[in-house]
Design a protein around this ligand. Sequence first.
Ligand code: GLY
Length: 292
Amino acid sequence: MWAIILHGGAKQIEPEEAEANRSGCLRALAAGQAVLERGGSAVEAAEAALRVLEDDPTFNCGYGSVPNRAGEVEMCAALMEGQSFNVGAAGVIQGVRNPVSVARAMLEEETILIAGPGARDFAAEKRLELCDPATLKGAGGQKRDKAKAHDTVGCVALDRNGLLVAATSTGGLEGTPVGRMGDSAMPGCGYYADNGVGAVAFSGDGEHIARKMLAARVMHALGQMEPDAALELAVRHVADIGGEAGGIALTPDGRFGWMHNSREFAVAYASSERPEPRVFLSKAEERVQGGA
Ligand code: GLY
C-alpha cells in the first residue's frame, strides 16, 4: 500500500485565493502520487510534491517565500525518513530554487542540518539549481502586508516498502530577524518520521511549535490514538501559548489525519485504498463533504 497527504500552509485563504490553493495542492499531490504509484520511494515522492509547491507563488516556500525584516528571502526545508532516522535539513538558505532538494541531498550526509551560506555552498557542491536571491525577493510578501499571512508547506508519505517520510519547506514568517530559523528545519518540532509509529509535519508559528516540540508530542500520542486526535491535542498545546498551527500525520498502516487552528489549512491526499485525489481548504470543509 501507499499513502500521501500534503498541505499548503496554516493561514487565511481569501475567496479569490481558494482556486490557486486547491489546484496547487492537487498538482503537488499528483507529482507525489505518480512516484508512489509506480513503486518509487516516499523520499522521492515527498521531494517531488514539495518542489511543485516551491515553484508556485501561491505558497510561502521557494519562489513564493515571504521576506524577512531586511526584505530578503531566507528559506528552510527538511526531509526525514523513518527507517534509518536519517534527517536532512537546510536552514536560512538563500539563492536556491528548491530548498527541499537541498534537504534531500543532506539525507546522505552525517550532518543533519546545515544553515546560512554553508547551505548554499553545499547546494552548489551538489550541483543543485541556484538562483539570484533577488529573483525570490519576497514574491509571497507582495501579495499581502499582513505578517503570518502565509506559512510552511509539508508532506508525509508512505511507500510500498513501508518507508515513512516527513518533509517541510518554508520562507519562514514575514518580517522576522535576519538569520532566524523556525521549526521547519528542526526535527521533533516541525516534523518527524519513524516507520514504527508514523510521520508528521507542521505549519504555523515556528517559535510556538518549537517551544512545544509539537512533532515529538504527536509521535508520543500516535501509539495511543488516531492521527486526528493526536494532532488536535498538539494544536491545542500551541493554542495554549497563543500560537497557530496546522499539522498532517500518517501511520505505518496508511491512516492519515490533519488538524489546524488557523482559519484555513489547504490539504490534499490520496492512498492506494482511495487513489482519487481529495482536496480541502479546511477541516470544516472536509467534515461537510466527507473525507477518506
Ligand atoms: N513554521 C514556519 C516558521 O515558523 O518558520
